[in-house]
Design a protein around this ligand. Structure first.
Ligand SMILES: [Zn+2]
Length: 151
């Protein structure tokens, strides 16, 4: 019996995540059970706590968004990127990312050794102006070229 405690709140009190509790097979937690766990941590709880404390650089799996090649990298290297493209794929190709008005793709070379990183984000005002300038220049060049045969 006893008061129900949400998995998230229970996890917070135990120093683990709510997912850890769910994975241990509990869909709900009562205050009484929580107290018992705090008193005498079961094996899954000790393991989950140890996992959280494990030192050393964490590695995350990232994949090339063109060909899907997977590599393990340090998360800090790629945390700013929304898309990664591997070396072989990035020669000449741009990642296929959803394009929306005002969005630009910023490329960073060699973010994690094997990958080029891309950040897909809303352009700042300054960037937007330079894109417009570039577009205007391209249009002018095109019009000049088109007009040439007649002149
Ligand atoms: Zn690739």
């Amino acid at each position: 019996m006893g008061e129900r405690v949400s998995l998230g709140a229970a996890g917070q009190r135990l120093g683990v995540s709510g997912g850890d509790i769910r994975r241990a097979g509990y869909a709900k937690v009562t205050a009484g059970r929580l107290e018992a766990w705090e008193h005498e941590p079961p094996a899954w709880l000790r393991k989950a706590r140890a996992r959280k404390r494990r030192p050393g650089p964490r590695r995350v799996e990232v994949s090339c968004c063109v060909c899907g090649t997977v590599r393990e990298v340090r998360p800090s290297l790629v945390q700013d990127c929304t898309h990664l493209v591997c070396g072989p794929c990035s020669s000449g190709k741009r990642p296929k990312v959803p394009s929306r008005p005002g969005m630009i793709l910023v490329r960073t070379f060699d973010v994690a050794g094997y990958f080029d990183g891309y950040v897909h984000r809303i352009a700042t005002a300054g960037e937007r102006a330079s894109v417009h300038r570039a577009a205007a220049l391209a249009r002018a060049a095109f019009l000049n070229a088109a007009g040439e045969p007649e002149s």
